[in-house]
Design a protein around this ligand. Structure first.
Ligand code: PLP
Length: 299
């Protein structure tokens, strides 16, 4: 049997090694980054909040006016079959809708394209390595690049327009930082490549309310915060206020809650992971193990 433990892909109903999976060079997904996608984590043999991730995916597909000819249940079945075939117990599981090829010669009409669904999975991805996250990571505020305005590309629709993030990551790496956070054109904090951002002020946590993807981990953090008695504010967050926080942290399906020890030349929590972020980080790994959040995979 083929070894799929490095990753599997579901392409047109066939499951095979992720390394063999490819889409045509003329697919608008490649030529125009015209893709809606989502990523659900698998942890200890079960999907976490599967319904929420798939619902967000289906909403993104609708927002981009794609027709993938399958419903949420079909998508869940494809994902479950694929992960089961891979044998992966902890996985990064992507579901993708691509605009597809335009079969009409010379047509620039997106309605002519043959939209299609595919999926792939690889071993679980931590966007910041766990030991670095436990110490508190470093974040660069992009100086030359702003987040794509939300009236150009809607950030609540999970998409492949990563030009701003990739440019920002180069800035961050050139300056010796782990990752990057982008501002909007009014100077508010938005988000970074694969994560939402939070600031902690005493027993209050603040996170941007618009201009960002509504992360499922962000939602989990807001729910965990409510459970622990923290107050939550989702509202515009100016950079100056963000830099005055007691603590800063990130949230992502790739690693949960990620404490931040440094933003530009500002050090937080004496250069370590702060207590609120540390507590939420530990709680996250309890939450994803709760039976009500798990959809076990039949391996
Ligand atoms: N913001 C962006 C741009 C993302 O790509 C992601 C995840 O990939 C997030 C935020 C975090 O969302 P989630 O918690 O659903 O992983």
């Amino acid at each position: 049997m083929t070894d799929l433990s490095h990753g599997a892909a579901w392409m047109a109903g066939h499951i095979g090694p992720v390394s063999d999976a490819a889409i045509p060079v003329t697919d608008w997904g490649v030529t125009h980054s015209d893709i809606a996608y989502d990523v659900v984590p698998v942890w200890q043999g079960a999907f976490f909040r599967l319904d929420d991730y798939v619902a967000r995916f289906m909403a993104s597909v609708r927002a981009l006016r794609m027709d993938i000819d399958r419903d949420a249940e079909d998508v869940k079945t494809a994902l479950a079959d694929m992960v089961a075939a891979s044998g992966l117990r902890d996985a990064y599981v992507a579901m993708v809708a691509a605009r597809g090829r335009n079969p009409v010669p010379g047509s620039r009409d997106p309605r002519d394209c043959a939209n299609h669904f595919y999926a792939w999975c690889v071993p679980y991805v931590h966007i910041v390595k766990p030991d670095a996250a436990a110490r508190g990571t470093s974040v660069w505020i992009a100086k030359h690049i702003r987040r794509i305005p939300s009236d150009s590309i809607d950030p609540t629709v999970k998409n492949y327009h990563w030009g701003d993030f990739t440019g920002g990551l180069f800035e961050a790496k050139d300056n010796g930082f782990e990752t990057v956070l982008l501002l909007d054109h009014e100077g508010h904090v938005t988000e970074g490549p694969g994560f939402n951002a939070f600031a902690v002020f005493g027993d209050r946590i603040v996170t941007p309310d618009h201009g960002v993807l509504h992360g499922i981990t962000r939602r989990t953090v807001l729910e965990m915060a409510a459970e622990t008695g923290l107050q939550v504010e989702a509202r515009p967050l100016p950079l100056a206020e963000f830099l005055e926080a007691d603590e800063v942290f990130l949230s992502s399906s790739g690693g949960g809650v990620i404490p931040v020890a440094r933003v530009d030349d500002r050090t937080f929590s004496n250069g370590a992971a702060g207590p609120v972020a540390n507590d939420l980080r530990a709680r996250y790994f309890d939450w994803i193990a709760r039976p009500e959040h798990r959809t076990p995979i039949a391996y």
